[in-house]
Write a protein that binds this ligand. Structure first.
Ligand code: GDP
Ligand code: MG
Length: 684
């Protein structure tokens, strides 16, 4: 309680803190220094009216001091306005008080001190409070004593003149939007003069006042009834006819409460269409304009109100939205593909817009619409990184899954490469498309198609790489087979050293290579290889086959091996006879001739070994040009230039001479040994 015995203003009112106790709180919205309270918004919330939308009413009372205004309001609306204490007769302070009607969505304004005229004060407050009340109230109760009726020059008539004037200024051009009910409540009605007569007198007075107003030219023809509805009621004397008084007050109350009553007073046409959650801001704006004596332009006020409130509503909606969106920000930033992200985003967005629409759509439609566009922009700007993050993560995840599936699919034998790629690719792109499309929020210009194109390209190049690796593996395998298959024929032929040994070797080589090529082409069909890739692989295969052949030959013609072969050849001819029986030399044997024959025959083999040259020219093998000029890449193994002609030479001339030399020396040793054996046999 403050010093005046009023409840404290609810500055720190809780957001939803209205309670039965709060319902009876009252607030001085304009004090005697003509200051507007900063607490009205919070108080309306405490009254539980903040979310009423248009579902509330505002009524104000005007009239001379001590005519029982507060008494009437308290009885009609269950309010708690101060009533003058009979015993003290204290002067009530100027200002406007507001209460919430008990059990009804009504804001009741008790306008005190509106009869400055009567008290010889300036009429400034009277005018300002009239403007203020007309801009917001649906019903203006004009309270007067019965004996004041007909006193055309009386104080209350001056007040009415003011009301009419300011109303013209406020709603002049736009009567339909600002219709107000003037309810005349005649107090202490004795009953001698029927209400109808009083009503007639008052109506006549009102019209006279209306006529006397100096109206702007464009409004000359306007009638009082264009702006106001008039209603009249009389109440018996509160003290002298207390019961009747209370009964009539109850009757009047019904007309404020019962929407179905034929004389219901809060007609929708009187509503000033300020949403309940904007009333405080609106009233404060109105009072500010009134106070600074600026022209009170209601459309501008309503637009200002709309801007302020739509911004506020939008901010709240956006904050709640951001709170929701935050939950998925971290997972997306951490690289996760969030299941059902699109649905979540759509829900958050719809929630935010629904919240905004619910509260903001009651305001000026142009402003509401513009701020809605701004809100959508802000929502989408907040969602867009989630969408893009999801796409990026999805792209990555799909590619990883594709690679894994390829590896699994290409494991072991018997797979069909093209089938594996087709299936893995289908699953990868299918998942991407479904998840990406799910994440799109309707109404945005978000697209995922470009991302999918780049994923397709990457999938393609992974598949290509796999195919290359697989091809390489296959060629390696085929190469190993070639080596295995040519090894024995080469051993045999090189050992036998028949004159047509190269014919045999080359024939075996060609057969093996032909088979290998067929094997390659069969397998390669499932790889979806291009012609170019096939011919490249075959070129490589041929060269590697040839190199395998050559290294086998090298192995078999290495000096010690070849010397061994020559030695064997020589021994067979010199140390064994035609029947393969070891010779025992006798002195009469012609060792020299036998030695020379065996040695010459053996030495003749060296030129045979020296060059890969079949006797049958049709068996000559020439490595195709594309096998010789293989580009340096992983498939061919080595990219250095290959000298095919040189590869036909097994032993160079120098090497041949060197071998001849070494062999001669060995052969000579055999000769000496043979000679010695005959000497020894003589000596026995
Ligand atoms: P306000 O200044 O217009 O708000 O008047 P109040 O409601 O404070 O009442 C002023 C005095 O008039 C109080 O002493 C009331 O008891 C008395 N009063 C209230 N209503 C009536 C009425 O209908 N008739 C008479 N004669 N007195 C009343
Ligand atoms: Mg009062």
């Amino acid at each position: 309680m403050d010093t005046n015995g009023q409840p404290k203003s609810p500055i720190n009112a809780l957001a939803n803190g209205h309670s039965p106790a709060a319902a009876s709180e009252r607030l001085q919205i304009i004090n005697d220094e003509k200051k507007f309270t900063p607490d009205l918004g919070a108080q309306i919330e405490r009254w539980g009216l903040r979310d009423a939308g248009f579902g509330y009413n505002i009524v104000a009372v005007f009239g001379s001091q001590s005519t029982g205004k507060s008494t009437l309001l308290n009885r009609l609306f269950g309010t708690t306005f101060d009533v003058m204490d009979e015993t003290r007769r204290q002067q009530t302070t100027k200002g406007i008080w507001m209460c919430r009607g008990m059990d009804m969505n009504v804001m009741v304004m008790d306008v005190e001190g509106t009869d400055g005229r009567e008290r010889g004060e300036d009429q400034d407050f009277e005018r300002k409070s009239a403007l203020f009340s007309l801009a917001s109230s649906e019903v203006l109760i004009i309270n007067l004593w019965e004996h004041q009726v007909g006193l055309y020059q009386g104080a209350n008539m001056g007040l009415l003149k003011t009301v009419f004037e300011v109303n013209l200024g406020l709603f002049g051009k736009n009567a339909t939007n600002g219709r107000t009910l003037l309810l005349f409540v005649i107090r202490d009605h004795i009953g001698q003069t029927p209400l109808a007569n009083l009503q007639a007198t008052l109506t006549a007075d009102l019209n006279r006042i209306w006529e006397s107003l100096s109206k702007p030219t464009e409004l000359q023809d306007r009638q009082l009834s264009d702006y106001f509805d008039l209603a009249f009621t009389a109440l018996p004397h509160k003290v002298l006819a207390a019961d009747k008084f209370e009964a009539e007050v109850l009757n009047l109350r019904t007309r404020f409460v019962d929407k179905e009553a034929p004389e219901f007073l809060f007609k929708p046409a009187y509503h000033k269409r300020i949403p309940a959650d904007g009333v405080a801001f609106y009233m404060e704006g109105i009072w500010e304009q009134v106070q600074t004596n600026k022209d009170l332009d209601l459309p501008t006020q309503q637009e200002l109100l709309a801007q302020f409130r739509c911004d506020e509503i939008s901010t709240v909606a956006l904050a709640e939205f951001n709170e929701q969106a935050k939950s998925q920000k971290r997972p997306v930033e951490a690289g996760r593909v969030v299941d059902g992200l699109g649905e979540m985003m759509r829900n958050w967005r719809t929630d935010a817009l629904t919240r905004y629409d619910r509260d903001a759509s009651r305001y000026h439609q142009g402003v509401y619409g513009r701020k809605r566009v701004d809100l959508i922009t802000a929502l989408d700007a907040a969602l867009s990184p989630l969408f893009l993050g999801q796409l990026k993560n999805l792209h990555k995840a799909c590619l990883v899954a594709f690679k894994r599936e390829m590896l699994e699919g290409l494991h072991g034998e018997g797979y069909n490469f093209a089938d594996v790629v087709f299936a893995a690719r289908g699953r990868c792109l299918g998942r991407f498309e479904a998840t990406a499309a799910e994440a799109v929020v309707e109404g945005t210009d978000w697209t995922w198609e470009d991302e999918m194109i780049s994923l397709k390209e990457e999938v393609g190049s992974v598949a290509d790489q796999c195919r290359k690796d697989e091809t390489k593996k296959m060629i390696n395998l085929i190469e190993r087979n070639i080596k295995k298959q040519i090894s024995e024929p080469i051993d045999l032929s090189l050992n036998k050293a028949a004159p047509d040994m190269w014919d045999d070797i080359l024939r075996a080589f060609k057969q093996t290579l032909d088979k290998a090529e067929v094997a390659y082409l069969t397998k390669a069909r499932s790889f979806d290889c291009t012609e170019e890739e096939n011919s490249h692989s075959l070129a490589s295969l041929r060269r590697r086959a040839w190199q395998a052949l050559r290294s086998k030959i090298d192995e078999q013609t290495a000096e010690p091996v070849l010397l061994g072969k020559l030695r064997g050849h020589f021994e067979e001819r010199f140390r064994y006879d035609d029947k393969g029986v070891p010779r025992v030399w006798k002195p009469e044997d012609d060792i020299d001739s036998a030695f020379k024959k065996a040695k010459d025959e053996t030495l003749n083999l060296i030129p045979l070994y020296s060059k890969i040259q079949p006797t049958d020219p049709s068996l000559e093998y020439t490595l195709p040009a594309d096998s010789i000029e293989l580009p340096a890449d992983s498939l061919s193994g080595s990219g250095e230039d290959f000298d095919f002609a040189a590869s036909l030479i097994v032993l160079t001339e120098t090497k041949g001479l060197e071998l001849t030399q070494k062999f001669r020396r060995e052969a000579d040793a055999y000769y000496v040994e043979a000679k010695r054996s005959t000497v020894a046999s003589i000596a026995q």
